[in-house]
Design a protein around this ligand. Structure first.
Ligand code: ADP
Length: 483
């Protein structure tokens, strides 16, 4: 891997704590899911070492909060510039450990960096408020202050952007950051730390703590009184565990949890545009995103046309190693991820779904699985209630608007949703009726640092991105003054 990088020093395997690179006493292996070979051995921190990092972050935060917004903005901006200057290397590292095609990895680096750019600017705009007093001699002032140490736990599907979406607003607000990256993808996180150090982010303000002991680190984050904020992206199940643990210290929590995104195509949609939207939405990261279309509902009048066109389009997609030119679908992250998709296909076909496309899986050592499309999906199937997180596109047929809204909302999740339609009153009505934090209308891509990303129902708490995103890292303080 080092030989593929213009700057091999970006490939760090040690933890980054209090401005120092720490070996630790043990390591764990990181493999390349496209080849199955081990690409690095990374420091495996113990819970005690994580507690030490929290101590350092606690001290560093006090000083960081004293910096002016502009001072913080300046070093964050440098960090952004360094990420963009090293975009190719960061993408290569990401593809090697995560599997996504190189072009997608580059896109993620730019997307991840965009949060740092955006929140660097926001650091200067953390405005408080004055409120007219409730008595003649009283004045009311509202200050916004950083919460303190923010602890982060992130997944493997976006090894860069899931961290910057949290660290950028945290640092802009004046919080310090301790982050445990997913053990499948620590190298992207550590490369971010290399650049944070070069940008001049002070020691202790940004810390990356690789560890195999996810439950132990999670407990330390929740039980250590020096941590005041927990920010998590991952499954709803783990989110529930963390929320319960965080109750102990009544800690503020942001949770970006699972989704079960409906993708609806109405009779009046531009079917070709809907097919393209479904491709980018369903197959980005080979179906491994929490906003990927999980259930595709198509109205009866365009059902056959859409199904046929989607199958034709997917048949052109190349499955392979993400580092190879032209790959559109990389490997899945683990053999267990393959099994889940296969189980969903088997369950759907056993319950009457018809396979209209089944790609050929390359005979290679990596975790490859070619895409499958089924039609005739129903709500009795596992694909209707569970996130598949892989390259299976199940198509459901529906007749009326009311019916599809009921179907789309019939889930515990409420992250992203999508629909294609032209009728303006339908667009308004359906956008309002979908019980989701995000609605994409005539588009399959909704992610941008400019907008508030987050879910309702059991998909989460809080928002990431936009000017709303920084509020998750700020406390309001009301000061009552007698004059
Ligand atoms: P995914 O399916 O995306 O891996 P998970 O919720 O299982 O979703 O994992 C998200 C992150 O949470 C990963 O970094 C994982 O290691 C971590 N994790 C898993 N279990 C726990 C736990 N009990 N406490 C803290 N972190 C956990």
């Amino acid at each position: 891997l080092k030989t593929l990088l213009k700057d091999p020093s970006l490939l760090e395997t040690r933890a980054y704590i209090n401005g120092a690179w720490v070996e630790g006493s043990a390591t764990f292996d990181v493999d390349n899911p496209a080849r199955g070979d081990i690409i690095a051995q990374v420091t495996d921190l113990t819970r005690e070492e994580v507690a030490g990092a929290i101590d350092a972050a606690y001290v560093a935060q006090k000083d960081w909060a004293q910096w002016t917004g502009k001072e913080r903005a300046n070093v964050l901006r440098k960090w952004f510039d360094l990420m963009m200057a090293n975009q190719d290397d960061l993408a290569t590292i990401m593809t090697a450990e995560q599997g996504k095609p190189l072009a997608e990895a580059k896109g993620e680096v730019a997307y991840g960096a965009s949060f740092i750019e955006f929140f660097a600017e926001e650091a200067k705009r953390i405005y408080g408020e004055t409120i007219p007093g409730h008595m003649r001699d009283k004045r009311i002032m509202v200050m916004k202050q950083p919460i303190g140490v923010a602890a982060s736990i992130t997944p493997w599907n976006f090894p860069n952007a899931m961290i910057t979406r949290k660290a950028a607003p945290a640092l802009a607000a004046g919080c310090s950051f301790v982050g445990r990256p997913a053990s499948e993808t620590p190298l992207s996180a550590l490369a971010l730390a290399v650049l944070a150090e070069r940008a001049g982010i002070p020691a202790g303000v940004f810390n990356i703590l690789p560890s195999m002991d996810a439950p132990g680190v999670g407990k330390e984050f929740c039980e250590n009184q020096k941590v005041r904020k927990l920010t998590f992206t991952g499954s709803t199940n783990v989110g529930r565990i963390l929320l319960q643990q965080a109750a102990h210290n009544v800690m503020k929590c942001s949770m970006e949890l699972g989704g079960n995104a409906p993708f609806i195509v109405f009779d009046d949609a531009d079917v070709d545009a809907a097919v393209e939207g479904a491709i980018v939405c369903k197959f980005r990261n080979n179906g491994q995103t929490c906003v990927c279309a999980n259930r595709i509902y198509v109205q009866a009048g365009v059902y056959e046309e859409f199904s046929t066109k989607l199958a034709a389009r997917v048949s052109q997609m190349k499955v392979g190693d993400g580092l190879e030119e032209g790959t559109e679908l990389g490997p899945l992250i683990t053999p267990a991820a393959i099994k889940k998709v296969q189980d969903h296909v088997a369950d759907a076909t056993a319950k009457g779904a018809e396979v209209i496309y089944a790609g050929e899986t390359p005979q290679a050592p990596g975790n490859f699985l070619a895409p499958t499309i089924v039609k005739g999906a129903t709500r009795e199937m596992a694909v209707s209630t569970e996130e598949t997180f892989g390259p299976l596109a199940p198509i459901f047929k529906f007749e009326t608007e009311d019916e599809v809204i009921e179907l789309a909302n019939d889930t515990i999740f409420g992250l992203a949703s999508y629909f294609y339609a032209k009728d303006l009153s339908r667009v308004y009505k359906v956008a309002e009726a979908l019980e989701y934090g995000i609605v994409g209308v005539n588009t399959g891509i909704i992610s941008t640092e400019n907008a508030p990303f987050g879910g309702v129902k059991q998909s989460g708490l809080g928002r990431e991105g936009s000017h709303h995103g920084i509020e998750d890292y700020l406390e309001l303080k009301y000061v009552c003054l007698t004059v």
